[in-house]
Design a protein around this ligand. Sequence first.
Ligand code: ADE
Length: 263
Amino acid sequence: MADAPAADFSLAPLPAVVRRVLFFVAMEHEAAPIADALGLARMGDARMGDARMGDARTGRVAGAEVTLATPGVDAATKVDRIGPVHASAALARMLALAREPFDLVVNAGTAGGFEAQGQRIADLVVARDAMFHDARVAIDGFDRVARAHTRLSADEATLARMAATLGARAGLVSTGSSLDATADELAAFARSGALAKEMELAALAIVCRLHDTPLVALKGVTDLVDHHEPTHAAFLRNLERTAARVASASGPMLESMCGRFDG
Ligand code: ADE
């Protein structure tokens, strides 16, 4: 971890009061248990001023109005629109079309973890920062823009409180377009000390920076990136269990930011 990079960009801090929260989740298999855990219901057509993507759900949690949205299903393939490009396109559209601004975006979902970090399946990570691990541009300035290494909105005290409440670790979440990892990427994860590898967060951070909107994130481990088992096999086997763990932590995560919710 000696040369773990520092973030080049930072997001707006958490506001004193959070009234409206957008929960952004990539896959329906991740979203459904969160909706159940938070008691959220499908929005009727009349309420679709918010989100306008996928099938949004809404409800009140810890005094805040929560909208849960996904990028939706691709019409041609009938699978969830996963990956950083779909994530940023969907979030940009949601924030631009929202009937009133969201005070906070929460990204929750699954990720790869690292055996070398002592992680296990269904462990939780709260994100301190996010970056793209597959952005390689050997030109000064453009390299940092492409990596988009961004400090998210929770300050150290809030991160520590969330981590203690959830039994999670706080650290770097590394984003890319692929489920698997190359040998070079594995070496880079070891250098950066990443605790989670997934396919959305750094892209969402770019959108939140453009919109000056705070962002926090919670990830659950479905697979171990530095383990010999093929990632997709472990991911599919552990998706339901880990999604349930993330869902059960979602309410306590919102409540751990309490004092920021004014009822
Ligand atoms: N989501 C869950 N596991 C992942 C992994 N290993 N890489 C990217 N996204 C993931």
